[in-house]
Design a protein around this ligand. Structure first.
Ligand code: SAH
Length: 261
């Protein structure tokens, strides 16, 4: 038996009901399925029932295991397996055609992977297991305490919903935290990294005012004029400003669109 390695964030999803809920949530389109971190192949097996799969797995022990478990699917081309660190091989695009991600993501790089996927023009949707706390940030609504840079990035790229909360008992070994499946359906091709940097400034000190955060980088007078034009109170906090307003602020200050580099 292959032993789980902590450093690769290995928590294998064993709960059938949750596996089935993930499968049911996958958008019904013809884009290529890409799985990141195939692990012991439990999710992969489900995915292969009706689709071809391109999978990435960093752990060579698991790759050997997957190679024998799926020898037939690898042989007939239903499964393509890359024994690679997905972050190391990810250029602008992870895959050369339009694709969708379905994955139980390693928690230590889940946010990083989702940001890369939201910026990747070929990626059309992501259905992924992440830490519940992170999922709650992605789906938070304006005004809620959790409304953060992650919410604005995700909601700028398209629609994001939580599919289901998942308790530690669904995994082997059990993680210390709760998890949740989130789904992103992109409505624009990419999110500019300039826009992401701008949001990092806006949310730098989340409890301070937005004006204070932005004035570390932009002229105060200019900001006050803009706030007045947009009807924003000067003492408004970053979590109280909705996504379309962030787009307007960014476009005015930087003279760029959120989907253009
Ligand atoms: N999909 C499996 C495993 C999920 S655990 C299941 O649901 O049971 C996360 C998996 O991601 C592990 O197999 C781990 O080895 C792999 N992984 C971790 N970091 C990775 C990386 N940088 N690139 C590719 N795979 C990675």
């Amino acid at each position: 038996m292959v032993r789980a390695k902590k450093r690769f964030g290995q928590n294998f999803l064993k709960d059938r009901t949750i596996l089935e809920q993930i499968i049911k949530a996958i958008p019904d389109d013809d884009y290529q399925l890409v799985e990141i971190g195939a692990g012991l192949g439990d999710l992969t097996k489900y995915l292969l029932v009706s689709n071809g799969v391109v999978a990435f797995e960093i752990d060579l022990d698991l790759c050997n295991y997957l190679n024998s478990k799926f020898s037939e699917e690898l042989e007939n081309g239903k499964l393509e397996l890359f024994c690679k660190d997905v972050i190391a091989v990810w250029r602008e695009e992870l895959y050369s055609e339009k694709y969708k991600i379905v994955a139980n993501l390693p928690y230590y790089i889940a946010t990083n992977i989702i940001f890369k996927a939201l910026q990747d023009r070929n990626c059309k949707s992501i259905t992924a297991m992440v830490q519940k706390e992170v999922a709650d940030k992605f789906v938070a609504k304006v005004g809620e305490k959790n409304f953060s840079m992650l919410s604005v990035v995700a909601q700028s790229a398209g629609k994001v919903v939580k599919v289901v909360d998942v308790p530690p008992t669904a995994f082997q070994p059990m993680p210390k935290v709760y998890s949740a499946v989130v789904q992103f359906r992109k409505e624009i091709e990419t999110i500019s990294h300039h826009f992401i940097s701008f949001l990092q400034i806006a949310f730098k000190q989340p409890r301070k005012t937005l004006l204070k955060n932005l004035s570390q980088h932009y002229e105060r007078d200019r900001l006050e004029t803009l706030f007045f034009k947009l009807n924003l109170n000067l003492s408004i906090r970053p979590h109280q400003v909705d996504t379309p307003i962030y787009h307007q602020i960014y476009q005015t200050l930087e003279d760029r669109e959120i989907g253009r580099e």
